[in-house]
Design a protein around this ligand. Sequence first.
Ligand code: NAD
Length: 455
Amino acid sequence: MSTEQRVINPATEQEIASVAVHDLDETNRAIERAAAVAPAWKKVAPVDRARLLRRFADVVDDHVEELAQLEVANAGHTISNARWEAGNVRDVLMYYSGAPERHSGRQIPVAGGVDLTFYEPLGVVGIIVPWNFPMPIAGWGLAPALAAGNTVVLKPATLTPLTALRLGELALEAGIPEGVFQVVTGDGAMVGNRFVTHPAIRKVCFTGSNAVGRRIMEGCAEQVKRVTLELGGKSANIIFADADLEKAAASAPYAVFDNAGQDCCARSRLLVQASAYERFMELFEPAVKGVKVLDPASESSEMGPLITAAQRDSVRDYVTETEVAFRGSAPEGPGYWMAPTVLETKDTTSRAFQEEIFGPVVSVVRFSDEAEAIEIANESPFGLSGSIWSRDIGRALRVARGVETGALSVNSNSSVRYSTPFGGFKQSGLGRELGPDALLGFSEEKNVFISTEES
Ligand code: NAD
């Protein structure tokens, strides 16, 4: 029998809902339902699968505002971010609705016959989502998985289940057949772990912490189960003296404090060339102090609260007062608020400079030249994202090639576009999501040889 879990608004600390914590039997039943409908979903003609995904995108589009308001209340995301996130689910569904009819195999020249390849769906895919971006991360898994002909069970984070549950209802409203996309709420150690151990699940897409990601990979090894891991980050924002310093400084706060720093792509290490350091910091300080940390429901809010009191305590623990250069502001009173905080790093081996803080804290350090910038950026077990600011495009490209990370931006801090691949180097993950090739991660390539020899 399932129990209930309270869902809390992190900006008010008020309970806003309670959702089921599914037990083993219920989780098994959901997985078995997904396995039972998999053969029928696989047989849906590509043109019809495409049409259903487009309809799902349209239904999400009709509910962008509702989904966004749910995320503001459940995750403390600012309303403008939350609208973007709901719109991203719609756009990702629309993008991959073009895929079923283009997911073609090959005809390979061979002796004595014809050789064909087919992309077959894997079967049931289990998607495990963290609390920091509940909607986009759900969409990045479910849209290409369904497009490739798989059925999906999705486990949202226990803290942020509401938008996933609503997406499950909207899928049914759009005509996605019962059982093809199910949302199973509950604990990681129960529901999430069952995705790893249940033999009917053929692939696990996990986004979350490195500690859990390692366990998932170990568990999947048991059945040689396919796995994609999107894990932590400690990305570098590298500012050269020849950059447009005004633009780099004005945008640097949002590169790390967006979503209150609870972003795997947060540029939480700010590397500034020594010759421009003083000028950059002069520009950076008012930019940080200008970040509007407000009630996330307010149209002008640029940063909301952290997700829980425990998360805020963990983030505060990284802040050594002697390193604080300056801070922005945050509301007082209820809610898990923390002001954006800038540390001037004295020691690049410190915990704050090395570990993923997952909160509104950035560490600034000087570098002398290109080689040193690359060296500092790469002194990390992570390699997810990052930015390079320079007017010298040759240099920017040299540095981009030198930094060991999966998603880089030059003269910009954007990390994610649904039409381009996303994923990490080193311990930031395994595999890629999004982009034109995402369906390959949800398909097996089957080779069929047909003899043309006369009998
Ligand atoms: P988490 O690892 O605690 O939880 C992630 C999900 O895994 C949740 O749904 C949780 O319930 C589930 N889970 C927990 N234990 C499990 C187990 N034993 N078996 C199966 N599932 C289990 O992570 P979090 O705190 O929710 O999210 C923050 C982390 O996610 C950060 O490290 C962040 O960098 C990372 N993240 C990475 C990306 C990326 O794309 N690389 C994106 C967003 C977040």
